[in-house]
Design a protein around this ligand. Structure first.
Ligand code: EPZ
Length: 422
């Protein structure tokens, strides 16, 4: 299996990185195309593994999908009736396959729909009980049969009120998509307001849906007959943007990320500024430079607009190099510190207790071989290797390539050489 080889320590990353479209916006938008009878065009598509897995999934249902990799444009046409079985082999490699439940249920209200239940993942239990409870409120029953969730709404879907017990990003997307064509209107409370969810709402409203915000986390969806065709530019990826800003921070360099709305990273930028990073922002760029010694910090993750859990493993790696005691309280996932034991193999001092990481920053780390376990851990280990003395090797990099487009090419743009070896 391929591995990254990084010779550290690396100092002074410098230059600009063009940020790709957000993977976690693109995937629900692709799933939402199942609701359309007409062509859906998505622009600023991130060319990453998960998008190709979702293309395979849509094609297995009967969608016609064309991708122009150089122009980063996806065209999806759903004229024919879909198959209503979402196969395990695709959902098992990409949990976001669960996002097909909502649109299939919303479009085929009196048919049996089978979606493979995604397994756990390295982040911890990834339940969908809140998704299924929401479908029940709409009048759809569900049963687990041989690892597949069978969903059926014999009498169609009727509007109701559903309050999510806990904020769930894909749960919110699923319930919105299931509610687009229902009879009457649906109230959803305690929804996720992640930028990627707002991107989905804007996309659907621009295509004829009727979704309106009544309060900060409450929306009303009025059922419509059908959606018109869509042509949508996907928002920039805030997690990728933060990842490259931290490359600037850990190498004490000067990095500018282009193509992302700084408002998506308010909590994260506040933390970097508190640590002493110099941050400049514009309409769709953020630049970071280091002019003084960085300070330790204490953070807590939470649903947007709080500090994003996906940006936590990235900051963890940076903090292992900031002298003093830092603290990270992870409140979203039960097992999100997968980078910690691997960074500790490089000499990082991280103690995990009750989902809180206590970090004692070091002057530098020492190179080691390590194994990545998920998408954001991969980037976290790359940062660790950049700050370590010697040559590090990071195995199972397919996790990282799932969500970071052209990673080695973008690193090269800021003067950083990362080799890929078999
Ligand atoms: C989305 O996952 C993202 N994935 C994740 O990004 C991200 O980490 C996560 O939101 C949190 O922001 C996509 O958008 C494709 P949740 P999702 O439902 O929707 C519990 C990445 O790196 N929960 O918001 O699956 C759940 O176990 C990925 O790109 C239930 O208990 O996350 C978790 O503890 C990793 N029951 C918490 O809620 C449910 O029915 C938040 O999960 C649903 C969720």
């Amino acid at each position: 299996m391929k591995k990254f080889v990084i010779k550290g320590p690396i100092r002074g990353a410098k230059g600009e990185v063009n940020i790709s479209g957000a993977k976690n916006s693109c995937l629900p938008l692709m799933a939402a195309s199942l609701l359309f009878k007409h062509k859906v065009v998505l622009r600023n598509v991130p060319i990453v593994e998960d998008v190709f897995t979702m293309i395979k999934l849509l094609k297995s249902l009967g969608s016609k999908v064309n991708i122009d990799k150089s122009k980063k444009i996806l065209e999806i046409v759903n004229t024919r009736k879909h198959k209503l079985i979402v196969p395990y082999k695709l959902v098992s490699t990409m949990r976001a396959g669960v996002l097909t439940m909502g649109p299939l249920l919303g479009k085929y209200q009196n048919r049996n729909i089978y979606v493979a239940k995604s397994g756990g993942c390295s982040l911890g239990v990834r339940d969908i009980n809140y998704h299924l409870a929401g479908f029940e409120k709409l009048g759809a029953k569900n049963f687990l049969t041989r690892g597949y969730v069978k969903i059926i709404s014999r009498n169609g879907l009727k509007g109701s009120t559903y309050k999510f017990p806990k904020v769930t990003v894909t749960g919110t997307a699923n319930l919105i998509m299931a509610s687009i064509f229902l009879k009457g209107e649906q109230l959803l409370k305690n929804i996720s307001i992640e930028p990627e969810v707002i991107d989905l709402i804007n996309f659907l409203n621009n295509s004829g849906a009727k979704i309106e915000f009544l309060r900060n986390r409450t929306i009303r969806i009025k059922g419509v007959k059908e959606l018109i065709s869509a042509n949508h530019k996907i928002i920039g990826d805030r997690i990728e943007a933060f990842s490259y800003l931290c490359v600037g921070a850990i190498t004490k360099g000067n990095v500018k990320v282009l193509g992302v709305d700084p408002n998506f990273l308010k909590s994260e930028l506040k933390v970097l500024k508190k640590m002493g990073c110099k941050i400049l922002i514009g309409k769709n760029f953020i630049s970071l430079s280091i002019t003084k010694k960085l300070l330790p910090v204490k953070i807590k993750t939470g649903p947007y607009p709080q500090y994003a859990t996906d940006n936590m493993p990235i900051l963890l790696a940076l903090l292992t190099n900031v002298l003093g005691k830092s603290e990270i309280n992870e409140t979203i996932f039960s097992n999100r510190f997968m980078a910690a034991p691997e960074l500790s193999r490089m000499g990082a001092k991280i103690l995990i207790n009750n989902n809180i990481a206590h970090v004692q920053g070091q002057k530098f780390l020492n190179a080691a071989e390590c194994i990545s376990s998920d998408l954001r851990t991969t980037f976290s280990l790359i940062l660790g290797a950049m700050s370590a003395n010697g040559t590090s090797k990071i195995h199972r990099i397919y996790h990282g390539l799932r969500g970071y487009e052209n990673l080695t090419g973008k690193m090269k743009q800021i003067g950083i050489k990362i080799k890929i070896e078999n």
